[in-house]
Design a protein around this ligand. Structure first.
Ligand SMILES: *Cc1c(COP(=O)(O)O)cnc(C)c1O
Length: 334
């Protein structure tokens, strides 16, 4: 499995640090908790989309694109990182933002990631919640092509087999770091949404026979649907890499019981997780993804599903820019 065979623009700050969280570990009194800092990948406050975009934007450039289109929720980190990457390459960036939460909070609608999208020079357009976003992107692309632009469409979350290569690479990087310091990883956990992160990681882990179980904490879809999405993308990614069949259906495990009311709506345990990481470790989570995954991690430690003596790595996928769109939820007493 040779990732160098795929075009890539090297721009992420890699390898990201792998650190022990001593104070969180002590506070929870269970397993040893480590953090893989993919919130530090660079590109306009970082996050997991940077690794995917290294491969996606290389494909865009190889086909001569002068503009990329992508889509996401209003506070999409993926949109913000795509806007920053496009700025760096001197390409246009057009973003469709789906109103998934129905919030009319001015900070949600124009601060945080939205502010950064515009600072990077991206054009944004809104769409109502539930819109067929892939079809909307195609329609916008047709119009821009008629104006003479060469357009490359990036799916939501950058989650296709090309984007997932970034997380195959992350699996290799993490294993290398663990091996170099004699760290035996008993569990790897991360947030899972559009599926590219979990799919890429599981392909990488299985391809090198790491023997590390991966658990995705869902942020939107119910468990069966989330696992199906991840498995389908893992299969396509494995095929692209020339190792079809390396991932089995049972390798794909998601727990979607920390979602709450829905995508982008934090629960009390999401806010508690954000506070714990901030106060004990000086680390910023986000209310949509990493805060919900951390709530799951904390609950697994408290309920003994992750046990004393085990070592758990939390892959921090970033998202702190969204905090500024959610200041009301963070200020409220919950
Ligand atoms: C997009 C995102 C995720 C989810 O990753 P997927 O590859 O879409 O599953 C997790 N955390 C943050 C902060 C994100 O922006």
């Amino acid at each position: 499995m040779h990732l160098s065979r795929f075009p890539r623009i090297f721009l992420a700050h890699l390898p990201t640090p792998l650190e022990r969280m001593d104070r969180l570990t002590a506070a929870l009194g269970g397993p040893e908790i480590w953090i893989k800092r993919d919130d530090c990948t660079g590109l306009s406050t970082g996050g997991n989309k940077t690794r995917k975009l290294e491969f996606l934007m290389a494909e865009a450039r190889a086909m001569g694109a002068d503009l990329v289109i992508t889509q996401g929720a209003t506070q999409s980190n993926h949109a913000r990182q795509t806007a920053a990457f496009a700025a760096r390459l001197g390409m246009g960036c057009h973003i469709l933002l789906e109103d998934r939460t129905g919030s009319n909070d001015p900070n949600y609608n124009s601060n945080g990631n939205v502010l950064l999208d515009h600072l990077h020079g991206a054009v944004t357009e809104k769409r109502p919640g539930g819109a067929d976003m892939p079809a909307e992107m195609e329609a916008v692309a047709d119009g821009l092509r008629a104006d003479g632009r060469t357009v490359y469409i990036i799916p939501g979350g950058g989650s296709n087999a090309t984007g997932a290569l970034g997380y195959v690479n992350c699996a290799f990087e993490l294993l290398g770091q663990a091996n170099d310091r004699g760290l035996v990883i008993d569990h790897l956990v991360t947030a899972t949404g559009s599926a590219g992160t979990q799919a890429g990681l599981i392909v990488g882990l299985k391809a090198i026979h790491a023997g590390i179980p991966l658990l995705g904490f869902g942020v939107r879809a119910p468990q069966a649907k989330q696992e199906e999405n991840v498995f389908a993308l893992a299969q396509r990614t494995a095929e692209k890499l020339g190792c079809p069949g390396v991932v089995l259906r049972e390798d794909v495990v998601a727990d979607c019981s920390y979602v709450g009311q829905g995508y982008g709506i934090p629960r009390a345990d999401t806010i508690e997780a954000i506070r714990l990481f901030a106060e004990l470790e000086g680390i910023l989570l986000d209310p949509v993804y990493s805060g919900k995954a951390a709530a799951g991690l904390i609950d697994y430690c408290r309920t003994g599903r992750f046990r004393m003596g085990e070592r758990v790595v939390f892959l921090h996928t970033g998202g702190s820019a969204a905090l500024f769109g959610y200041d009301a939820a963070l200020r409220a007493e919950v």
